[in-house]
Design a protein around this ligand. Structure first.
Ligand code: AMP
Length: 216
């Protein structure tokens, strides 16, 4: 099964993608993670993408389409993909359709996670991750059990994304509404959309997604 997770920044796409990856043996493809790795490695791609990411703008379609095509090639014969943060424009969605077509596959489901903008700003501005194992935390909603120590791996090093400030989050939301939201209509036209309420707690969202995936 190939699955697209669609929703604004902070809707919980990454959290849900990681869980589904473990549960359903699908491969998570996150263009945001790939681009952050390229920035950290100081590659030419990272140099081109970094400045745009800092401003909360989208990087050009051809760069992210190239990344996705490469990763899909590396994963032939698997059970399918969870696309997290891709596609983000109609051009990317059309390119994804072509890539899937070439593999004799299709996008099977598009889960749209809805959350209102002000809740997103509060969510994103407080989030951080363990620098070692990547476990996610939040200043208000999910603090480590022992302050300053990761619940999962015991590390004392944490990281915050440089684009998780209120100003950049507002720019990311603007990009989402202008460039990514039209994808809901694109995939509705293909009968693939299932909407879930991303304002609910994580377990409820998980349940709704599982129901959406298991229903015929
Ligand atoms: P994310 O981790 O998905 O929130 O992405 C972080 C940033 O990476 C975005 O604000 C964009 O600048 C860039 N980015 C990630 N995925 C894409 C994409 N599919 N198309 C364009 N830019 C992207």
């Amino acid at each position: 099964m190939n699955l697209v997770l669609l929703g604004p920044p902070g809707a919980g796409k990454g959290t849900q993608a990681k869980r589904l990856q473990d549960l359903r043996a699908l491969v998570q493809l996150s263009t945001g993670d790939m681009l952050r790795a390229a920035v950290a490695a100081g590659t030419e791609l990272g140099r081109q993408a970094g400045a745009l990411m800092e401003r909360g703008e989208l990087v050009p379609d051809e760069l992210v389409i190239g990344l996705i095509a490469e990763r899909m090639d590396l994963n032939k014969g698997g059970k399918g993909f969870i696309l997290d943060g891709f596609p983000r424009t109609i051009g990317q969605a059309e390119a994804l359709d072509r890539l899937m077509d070439a593999r004799g596959e299709t996008v099977d489901r598009v889960i749209v996670i809805g959350v209102d903008d002000d809740a997103l700003v509060a969510r994103i501005a407080g989030r951080f991750t363990c620098a070692k194992c990547g476990e996610g935390y939040h200043d208000l909603f999910k603090r480590p059990k022992t302050a300053g120590v990761c619940d999962c791996c015991g590390s004392t090093q944490f990281a915050r994304r440089p684009d998780d400030t209120e100003k950049v989050v507002r720019a990311r939301l603007k990009a989402y509404h202008a460039q990514t939201e039209p994808l809901v209509g694109y995939y509705e036209g293909q009968g693939k959309v299932r909407a879930v309420d991303g304002m609910a707690d994580i377990e409820t969202v998980q349940k709704e997604i599982d129901q959406a995936l298991d229903a015929a």
